[in-house]
Design a binder for this molecule. Structure first.
Ligand code: TPP
Ligand code: MG
Length: 270
């Protein structure tokens, strides 16, 4: 949790050194690769990684997720085609939450579903209720098994709804009928799963309340801890991680930037 909050803050302990937008988490040790701000980038990256896994003969599976909006990017075509033609162990999770910022699905795609697009690439396409935790688990587990058995990629369309704005600069009341929020509130996946767990006597209400309370406490503790870390990574870190030996032109730029920083503080602040 702390690692995630450090990334959101882009502080001195952020493992990606403040180079990514918030929620673009990346954890090398657990093979969790960041999403990308340019939509769809991760689709081709996942297909490439999956092909590499296949060539190495590993039993790993690459899984990537993206929104309905990314299905219109050329990366969607390139990634799905590459994975299918190479029969790579890749799972494409398309979160169809009905909107790409303000663009409704009907203006995004003329296909009868997103899942159906898989047929053209020669891979299975599965449409699932994205608000049903167990259904999502089942179709994902099946896709992992297919991938591990050498049967290639799967496209999974998770049908859901975006219950809030795309971002803080978005206002869904300008384009989204209010009754949709009411309808989809009834299908809240957490409430549904809680109801199932109660009915199946897997957990009691008190146990579930404790899980929810503990989760909030964990996030709050991580935020307090992350606030103790320095506000941003040292400016010279932006020159690292690309070259083993920095080329002279970049050495020059680094020296000029550090001189400026030492005289005026944070770049852009003067
Ligand atoms: C290549 C590219 N084009 C445009 C954008 C601007 N943009 C950011 S998010 C977004 C819509 C994404 O749709 P979706 O993934 O369905 O997101 P949702 O609104 O459901 O959160 C767009 C067009 C971008 N980030 N990258
Ligand atoms: Mg969307």
């Amino acid at each position: 949790m702390l690692r995630m909050v450090n990334q959101c803050f882009g502080n001195v302990a952020d493992e990606v050194k403040g180079r990514q937008m918030p929620v673009h988490y990346s954890f090398k040790d657990i093979h969790f690769f960041s999403i990308s701000s340019p939509l769809g980038t991760q689709i081709v990256q996942a297909a490439g990684a999956a092909y590499g896994m296949k060539l190495k003969g590993s039993k790993q599976v690459a899984m990537t997720s993206f929104g309905d909006g990314s299905s219109s990017e050329i990366d969607f075509h390139s990634g799905l085609n590459l994975a299918a033609v190479t029969k790579s162990p890749c799972i494409f999770m398309l979160e169809n939450n009905q909107y790409a910022i303000s663009v409704p699905s009907a203006k995004q795609s003329a296909s009868e579903s997103y899942a159906i697009k898989a047929a053209a690439y020669g891979m299975p396409g599965v449409q699932v209720d994205g608000n049903d935790v167990l259904a999502v688990y089942k179709v994902t587990a099946d896709a992992v098994e297919r991938a591990r058995n050498g049967e290639g990629p799967t496209l999974i369309e998770l049908v859901t709804f975006r219950m809030s704005a795309h971002s803080t600069s978005d206002d869904p009341s300008r384009y989204c009928p209010p009754e949709l929020f009411k309808q989809w509130a009834e299908k809240d996946p957490l409430k549904r799963y809680e109801a199932y767990l109660l009915k199946a006597k897997v957990m009691t209400q008190a146990e579930m309340d404790k899980v929810a309370k503990d989760a909030v406490a964990e996030v709050e503790a991580a935020i307090k801890e992350a606030e103790k870390n320095g506000p941003h990574p040292a400016p010279e870190t932006m020159f690292g991680d690309v070259y083993e030996h920095l080329p002279p032109i970049l050495e020059e730029q680094k020296a000029a930037m550090l001189k400026d920083f030492n005289e005026h503080g944070v770049p852009g602040a003067h």
